[in-house]
Unconditional design. Structure first.
Lengths: 365, 365
C-alpha cells in the first residue's frame, strides 16, 4: 500500500447527502469513473480515493477528508494540484481547505532553499522584522524606476520588489530594467545591503533567461507569481536555482477557491517560496484576521525539513499600521508598503526611513 | 496612444459606490498605486486603466468595462491574465466576465492551428459531430489501457483521450503508455482513423519531451490542462508544434472566478486550443444551459483570423443524451462520454458503437 495525501475539503451540502457526496469527491479526485466498473483489485485498493473523515462544522458546511494516493501525483507540482482539486474546482459549493502531505511528498518537493533565516541573512538583519517596498507604476522607464529604487535604498529598506505588473514590456524591457535598478540600488545604499527583486514572467525558457539577467546583475532574489507562470514552471525554476531566493506573489491565486492559508502558505512553501506576499486584513482586499493568522502560521510552523517561508502581508498598508502589524505577526514577518510610500513623492527617501525606523524601533521596544 | 483591451467585470456592490469601485478596479489592474502620486503624463494617458462603461444589471450586480493598455501585457500569455485579473481575482465579489481583444492581440497569440475543421479532417468526418471517449481509471498499466483503447477503436470512435488524471506515474509511465496505446488503436481501428490523445503534464521541458514521445508514436493530437501547466507553457507549446492539435481540459479552470465562456471558450481558443472540454449542463457539474451555450458560442463564433475551436461538452454524459445534445449544440461539437461507456465492461466495443451510431444517425436524420 502506497502512502496517501489527506486532502481536506469544505463543502456546503445537506446532512443527508454528505456521505454520498464525500464518496463522489473521493472518486472524482482519483479514478473519475464508476467504481463498480473497475475490475482491477489494486486500483480499488490503492488508487481510488478513500473517505477518511466527515465533520459537521455547522451552518450546512462539512469538512471532508479524502485520502489520495501519492502515486497518482507522479510527485510533479501541476499533477499534484490536479489531483487535489482539478475537477472539483468546478463545483462552486466546495473549497480545498488544506492538505496533509506525507514525508515522501515533502522530500520530493523540498520547500524553500533559503526561507526566513536566509532572507534575514541577505540583509544582515537579526531577529527583527524585515521591510519591503515596490517599484511602480508600470509605464516608467528603467532610469525612472532606478531613481525610485535609489530613494528606497537611501531610506534603508531591506527589500525592493518590482510591482508584479512589471514584466517584459516595451517601455521597460526586463534586460534593461534589471541591471539599471540593481546598479542604482548598489550606488545608493547605506548600512543596509538592500536587495532588489525583479519580477519574473513568461514560460520556462523566458524565466530561465531572466534568471541569467538577474544573476548577471549581481542579484540573488526574485519575485514570481506561481499561479500565473504555473506551478510546474515555478517548482522547476526553484529547484534548478538554489542560489536564488523566491518571493511568491498571489496574483490569480485569489481566484482559485482554495483556502489562502493552504495555497499561499503551505503549498507555495512546499514548492519552494522563501517569502509569500498576501493581502493583509484591513487593506484593499478581503482576507480576514483569522485567514491572515492561519496563513502566517502555515508559512512558518515547523514542518519536517522544510524551511520556514516568511509571510509578507501587503495590499494598501501604511507606516502608521506598523506597530499593530508587528504586534499581530511578531518579528518573523516582512512588512511591505508600496503605494503608501510612493505617495510621498519627493519625500520618498524620508518616508521610507520613517517606515524602516518604525519597524526597527518596535523590535527594540 | 496604444490600443486597449476591454476587460469586462461583473461586480456586486451598492449603486452609490459603483463609480468609485470602477475607478479602483481600473487602477488595481494597471498601475496599482495612488494615481495622484503619478507624475509622468504618458503613464496617466496611456497606462492607467480607464473606465469605459458601467451598466446596472439589476440585483446589485454591475457590469464594468475597463480599458487596459495592450502594452502592459507584453503580449505574453501569463502577463495578459495577470493584467486582466491577477490582483482583482482576490476579491470574492467580482468575476472576470469577458474581454474584447484588439486585432494586435489576436495576431500575437494567433489561436488554434487546426480548430474545428482540422479535427474533422483528422478522422475523415464531414459536417457531422465528432465522438470521443476517455481512457481510465488511472492505476491501470499501459497494456490494460491499450486494451481499453482497442475496444473504443473497434467501436468506431473518432477520438480517445487519456483521462486528465493520467500523467507520468510509476504504474503507467508516459513513455511506455503512449506507444502501447497508439499501436493498439492502429491495430484495432476499422473505417474511422481513430485518434488517441495522450494527456501532457509537467513543466515545459517535460512537456516537450512528451511531445517528442507523441510524435514518435505517430500521433498528432494531445490533451492538456492549461490552468495546471500554466498559460505561458501552454501557449509556447502550441506555437512551437504547429503539426499537433491541442484539446484543452478545464482542470483548475473552474476554480478561477472567471466566466467559463470567456476562459474555456475565448481565452483558451485565443492561445491555441483546437478543442475545449467543459462540463455539460445536467451532468456532474453545475454549469447552466446558458453558460454552455455561451461557451460553445465563444469557441466557434467568427473571430478575425482565429480558427474556431470545437466545444467538447462532457462530465457524466450518456448515450441516451446524444439526440438532445445534438439538438442543443448542432453538429459543430465533439461529444465525449467517458465513464458512461466504461461502465459497459466487456460490452465496451458494442456500447461505443451504439454511441457512434447515435451521433452519425442524428446528422443524417
Amino acid at each position: 500500500m502506497g502512502e496517501r495525501i489527506t486532502a481536506i475539503y469544505r463543502v456546503k451540502d445537506r446532512a443527508e447527502n454528505i456521505q454520498a457526496r464525500a464518496h463522489t469527491i473521493a472518486v472524482e479526485q482519483s479514478v473519475e469513473m464508476p467504481v463498480s466498473a473497475i475490475t482491477k483489485q489494486s486500483v480499488l485498493d490503492e488508487i481510488v480515493g478513500e473517505v477518511q473523515a466527515i465533520r459537521d462544522l455547522g451552518g450546512g458546511v462539512f469538512e471532508i477528508a479524502i485520502g489520495l494516493a501519492v502515486s497518482t501525483t507522479g510527485l510533479e507540482a501541476g499533477q499534484t494540484l490536479n489531483m487535489l482539486f482539478g475537477n472539483s474546482s468546478i463545483h462552486a459549493d466546495m473549497v480545498l481547505h488544506d492538505a496533509i502531505f506525507p514525508a515522501e511528498v515533502r522530500r520530493a518537493f523540498a520547500g524553500p532553499h533559503h526561507g526566513l533565516e536566509g532572507l534575514r541573512k541577505r540583509v544582515g538583519a537579526e531577529g527583527r522584522a524585515l521591510t519591503c517596498s515596490a517599484l511602480k507604476p508600470q509605464g516608467l522607464s528603467p532610469p525612472e524606476l532606478a531613481a525610485l529604487a535609489a530613494q528606497f535604498a537611501r531610506g534603508g529598506i531591506d527589500y525592493i520588489k518590482d510591482d508584479h505588473g512589471l514584466a517584459d514590456q516595451a517601455y521597460s524591457p526586463f534586460a534593461e530594467r534589471v541591471p539599471a535598478v540593481a546598479e542604482a540600488v548598489r550606488a545608493a545604499q547605506g548600512n543596509v545591503p538592500t536587495r532588489y527583486l525583479p519580477s519574473l514572467s513568461g514560460n520556462l525558457d523566458q524565466l530561465r533567461r531572466q534568471i541569467e539577467v538577474v544573476r548577471g546583475a549581481g542579484l540573488d532574489t526574485v519575485l514570481i507569481a506561481p499561479m500565473i507562470v504555473g506551478l510546474p514552471s515555478f517548482h522547476a525554476l526553484v529547484r534548478e536555482n538554489p542560489d536564488i531566493a523566491f518571493m511568491a506573489h498571489p496574483a490569480m491565486a485569489g481566484a482559485a477557491r482554495i483556502a489562502p492559508p493552504f495555497l499561499l502558505g503551505k503549498l507555495f512553501r512546499l514548492l519552494g517560496a522563501d517569502a509569500t506576499v498576501f493581502p493583509n486584513h484591513g487593506g484593499r482586499f478581503g482576507y480576514t484576521t483569522d485567514e491572515c493568522r492561519a496563513l502566517a502560521g502555515a508559512a512558518l510552523e515547523p514542518w519536517g525539513d522544510i524551511k520556514p517561508c516568511i509571510p509578507v502581508p501587503a495590499g494598501g498598508m501604511t507606516t502608521d499600521r506598523m506597530p499593530e502589524m508587528l504586534d499581530f505577526y511578531g518579528s518573523d514577518v516582512m512588512l511591505l508598503i508600496g503605494g503608501g510610500l510612493l505617495a510621498a513623492g519627493e519625500r520618498l527617501a524620508d518616508e521610507t526611513k520613517a517606515f524602516v525606523e518604525a519597524v526597527h524601533a518596535h523590535g527594540e521596544g
